[in-house]
Design a protein around this ligand. Sequence first.
Ligand code: G6P
Length: 617
Amino acid sequence: MCGIVAYIGTKPALPILLEGLKRLEYRGYDSAGLAVINEKLHVAKTVGRVRVLEDMLEQRTRTEHFDGTLGIAHTRWATHGEPSDRNAHPHSDNKTNGHGIALIHNGIIENYAVLKTWLQDRGHTFNSDTDTEVLAHLVGELYDGDLETAVQSALREVTGAYAIAVICEQEPGVLVVARKGSPLMVGVGKDEYIVASDSSAIVAHTTQAFTLDDYTVAKLTRDSFRTTTVDNVPITPQIRELEFDLEQISLGAYEHYMLKEIMEQPQALRLCLKGRIDTRAGQVVLGGIAQFARDLVKARRIIFVGQGTAMHAALVGEYLMEDLAKIPTEVEFASEFRYRNPIIEEGTIIIAISQSGETADTLAALQEGKQRGALALGVVNVVGSSVARETDAGVYLRVGPEIGVASTKAFLGQVMVTALLATFIGRRRFLSADYVSNLLRELEAIPDHIDKVVKLSDQIREATAKYIERENWLFLGRGHNYPVALEGALKLKEISYIHAEGMPAAEMKHGPIALIDDGMPAVFVATKNSQYEKVISNIEEVRSRGGHIIAVATEGDKHIRKLCQADEDVFYVPDIPEPLQPMLTVVPLQLMAYHAAVLRGKDVDKPRNLAKSVTVE
Ligand code: G6P
């Protein structure tokens, strides 16, 4: 979603801000803007890409001085008001006698309408439809020579979520930032600070950083900082080392981040597994949850919550938990769970799954479950993110930063971590050390298996090309592979904009079968497992109605090859135990979605209308 970058230091701010915005492009946005103070406040903003902003600045810097060492920059993903130049951030306090304040904001100011009326009564006129402009005016209205105090006072009046960065022409050596419910991080360099909503905009400058807590305001000058609550109570943040470097967020030889992240999944899973399994002893080592081991063993019910791909990983997790830990488990969209009246009995554990750890619905569902007495766990990738901070304990994915908007390696990490979690609990309940040793050997071998599967990429591209004109696709699977069918359809939709439906293969008969016409591509996850024969029958049903089969099958399965016609495609994956199969079967579907998008000429890393992390409801 929206991205924030801000800089105060000794170097020219403009290139740092633009470079930071580019690093945040992957989050999804529709307009971009920035402000720099060089004696006066200079603002440039536009609907469209950062490139458009750059072009605009190239013109304007011929006559205007954007070369200050203090500035703020923003990519906007519209919530209040259409994407347009005037709704783009920064917003200013442009009452006739304004102070030259500029503000950027991620989140939503819920009581903006009341505040707007109050400000209008005091003579303010507004130039945009945004809630953010109201906040800029409020800071201006309360400004009395001290920006930090004005921001604190304004935030005390605000309800909603925010990460903000504010500068003021009258205080050219001060940057004020604050956060509640929307991520914000301060990178600490030598005589400089770089603030961003995401560490990928910071790592090029420094690896030392601190995350702001909710209701915290930071006042940064070139050589010092001070953090307080909005009530001006001083607090001391903890500076830590950022966990990844520039190389991990660089494209390298790949054309797109999505492809890079698919291809690097073996490596990502090796990192995820490192130090977590002891195959000899038949033990899973999960330091993050060790102190809650007894609660987990005694758990009576597990509820997974998440959105999008994370929700699909949770569905795989449901099978794993019930198979391995034998604990009744359910999965719910976080967005639904948070507004239901969920019954949480003693012994319930709520597990939030999220790559970013910032998805607003997932965070709220977790809080709801926790408030009702559940033990709150997180399966999260981004260290120190909101979900991670809200949980009682958790397990990080450790798959490295995910830049591709369409989540791929995080899905594998999420499934791997839930498999570890289920084994951790199962071993303490019913599973023997021998059983677990064997299972862990299988888990350990998965990265090598994926190495083989990603080599199918060229074959998958050729197969996808055959159907590239088709506007409707079906993805079908059963049992553990049913969530994989959902994920395959989601991936295709997200980046190629082809309509796709994913469902349990048996459900097809209850309506969707009416969609099947001559040549419709039907992708079956048809690996050897307890439901293989049933899936084969479903393949026959599609075939007899003219559908075209694309199958993901188990190596050595000649039967399925014979069943398919010569011009139909079978992608073979190694034979592994049924509960773990989703970690292999999803990979051809990720590649299929990627190739479909490229073949259709779509910008894979910047899909329309999507945000990498949805931090608003
Ligand atoms: C967005 C992304 C999806 C992602 C979902 C949940 O919709 O586009 O790819 O799966 O959010 O994100 P999370 O960060 O919570 O895993």
